[in-house]
Design a protein around this ligand. Structure first.
Ligand code: FES
Length: 590
């Protein structure tokens, strides 16, 4: 029986984390070579000891075997090899790692097990830097870079939609760049140390690297075949999987094929395009393999619904939607003949009509699909954004006490204050409903700069706060009491894109983030404060290095609030005064 995908995904993550931890310990040990070669040896006894002994070896080699096997399994399971550049790098580097690591592992581990060779850093460094080292140093540096980049891509793809991760993305990026650079510098400095010691005839080096000539000869003769054998086995495995894919797909196309007809704009010349794919492929995979443009903002994870299709023919034989698809179809209130192309794996022929046109072909078009639901196309992407929602308190009473024109004038002045503050801070107003104004920060560049986005949102909040106070002062003769506002700010993932018929098309963001910001604003009434920030937003500011210290932050009210419609509580900061907002922004008096 095939294990369920979540189990395999979890195994892949766990084994990847173990390997990444091991690589980190290894590279930090390399980095300690910046001090001296003996320091490197001493660090290895601290950081690498947990990886020795049967527990460490089982964890390390077990994780390596599982991760490599799952990589091959994923390669086998992929319906087509069209993928993003990041995915291609991750896969390519992952397949390359065993080719390089086998030589290193055989020399160190089997050398120790079979020939009693010392696995100390002294011997390793001598193996890289002394004249007989050959290409060992080059291979070691290549291995370091390949392993690190592969691991970082894997971690990024796994964690990129976690708020805490993106809030610290700058720090983590710096760490991700520093570790391999320091490791290379450490290897170079320790290598120079080893060379100097060798030239000076250092007795300690001679003792640590001494190997009886007959043992060295036996190890050379004995370990070489292991390297060739294991390398050949890996090449055969990868080649076998690729060849197996060709055979499988060829066989399936001929004997277990499903024909998918595309009707509507996706079909050539508005007629009907037919794609033949093996049974088990999703409709989206069929589209991509045949280069039929097909909207799929979330990349086929069942999270965006942009791949939805109407099944025109063959609906009766379709497998029922599984949990992810059923939930999404329920949320978009899809009629019974609409399915998600990324989740639908037909077993018999069918005819489909993609409902959301891919953005490149419909730039400027109102995105309203055949189910009647508006969606996002064009260059929409998932991004970490900050939503800021502002509301004018007691606006109903304010309106009731005035003429309609006067009330409109007041609301307009308030909306102007908010809009100017948001725009000046680099955000966009995405919606105005009465006196409620929703704005978004971030999500428009190619890369999320979370700390800068959080700082911009807080700058806007401060400007709104000041602006409304100034407006109150200006209109004090017309108001019974100063204007009061509530502001909610939250950092989280959203799909950001554009909608509308007029140019420039307004930016919109979809997802839970705006809803949370609106709920936080609502909570300002019960908390009797002006501003509530989610802890994620504060963490984003702090991660940029310009926020408050722990002691300053500790003086600002902390709560855990239940958010209606979210199914979970959220940690927040209650900002009661303008001075507290400045503290969170890292603006210290004087
Ligand atoms: S591609 Fe996003 S739900 Fe199918």
């Amino acid at each position: 029986m095939r294990p369920p995908a979540p189990v395999l995904a979890r195994l892949r993550i766990i084994s990847g984390i173990i390997l990444f931890l091991y690589a980190s310990c290894h590279f930090l040990t390399h980095a300690s070579g910046i001090l001296t070669a003996p320091a490197m040896e001493a660090t290895s006894r601290v950081l690498l000891v947990p990886w020795k002994g049967w527990i460490g070896h089982t964890a390390l080699y077990g994780a390596f075997t599982v991760h490599a096997a799952l990589g091959l399994h994923a390669l086998w399971r992929r319906r087509h090899l069209r993928m993003s550049a990041v995915e291609a790098w991750q896969l390519g580097l992952g397949l390359l790692i065993p080719l390089i690591v086998i030589r290193h592992a055989v020399s160190v581990r089997l050398g120790e097990m079979l020939y009693g060779l010392d696995d100390s850093y002294w011997r390793l460094l001598a193996g890289y830097w002394l004249p007989e080292a050959g290409i060992n140093l080059f291979l070691q540096l290549l291995l370091l870079v390949v392993v690190w980049v592969h691991g970082c891509i894997g971690l990024y793809r796994w964690l990129r939609f976690k708020t805490w991760f993106m809030a610290r993305s700058h720090l983590l990026l710096v760490a991700a760049c520093l570790v391999p650079v320091l490791a290379v510098i450490g290897i170079a400095i320790a290598g120079a140390d080893i060379q100097a010691r060798a030239a000076a005839g250092d007795p300690e080096l001679a003792r640590m690297t001494a190997v009886a000539p007959e043992v060295a000869a036996a190890a050379r003769a004995g370990l070489g075949p292991w390297v060739e054998c294991l390398t050949g086995a890996w090449v055969l495995l990868v080649g076998g999987v690729l060849a197996g894919r060709l055979l499988r797909d060829g066989h399936a196309r001929h004997f277990r094929a499903v024909r998918i007809r595309y009707a509507g704009p996706a079909a050539a010349d508005g007629g009907e395009t037919v794609v033949t794919v093996p049974r088990g492929w999703s409709v989206l995979e069929a589209s991509l393999s045949a280069r039929i443009p097909h909207a799929s903002i979330c990349g086929g994870q069942g999270r965006c619904s942009t791949c939805r299709v109407r099944v025109l023919d063959g609906r009766d034989q379709l497998p029922p939607p599984r949990a992810v698809e059923a939930e999404m179809l329920r949320r978009i209130r899809a009629p019974g003949d609409v399915r998600l192309a990324c989740q639908l794996r037909p077993l018999t022929d069918l005819t489909v009509q993609p409902l959301i046109p891919p953005g490149a072909r419909f730039t400027g078009a109102m995105v309203e699909d055949h189910t009647g639901a508006a969606g996002l196309v064009g260059h929409a992407r998932e991004a970490m954004v900050v939503a800021l929602f502002t509301d004018l308190r007691a606006s109903t009473r304010l309106a009731a006490e005035r003429t309609a024109y006067d009330a409109l004038y007041l609301i307009e002045r308030y909306v102007d204050v908010v809009t100017e503050a948001v725009t000046a801070a680099g955000g966009r107003v995405t919606g105005i409903a009465g006196d409620g104004v929703m704005s978004v920060f971030g999500g428009t560049g190619p890369v999320d700069d979370v700390p800068a986005t959080c700082r911009a949102a807080l700058a806007a909040a401060a400007a709104i706060w000041d602006g409304v106070e100034a407006l109150s002062a200006e209109l004090r003769h017309e108001l019974d009491a100063p204007l009061r506002i509530g502001i909610g700010v939250h950092l989280g993932p959203s799909v950001v894109g554009t909608t509308g018929v007029t140019a420039p098309r307004p930016i919109q963001f979809l997802g839970d983030t705006g809803n949370v910001a609106a709920r936080l604003e609502e909570a300002t009434k019960a908390e009797r404060c002006t501003l509530i920030l989610s802890e994620a937003t504060v963490a984003g500011v702090v991660a940029g290095g310009r926020g408050p210290g722990p002691a300053e932050l500790g003086r600002i009210g902390h709560r855990v609030l239940d958010i209606r419609g979210r199914g979970g509580a959220i940690a927040v900061r209650i900002v009661a005064t303008r001075a507290e907002l400045d503290v969170i922004r890292g603006h210290r008096p004087g």
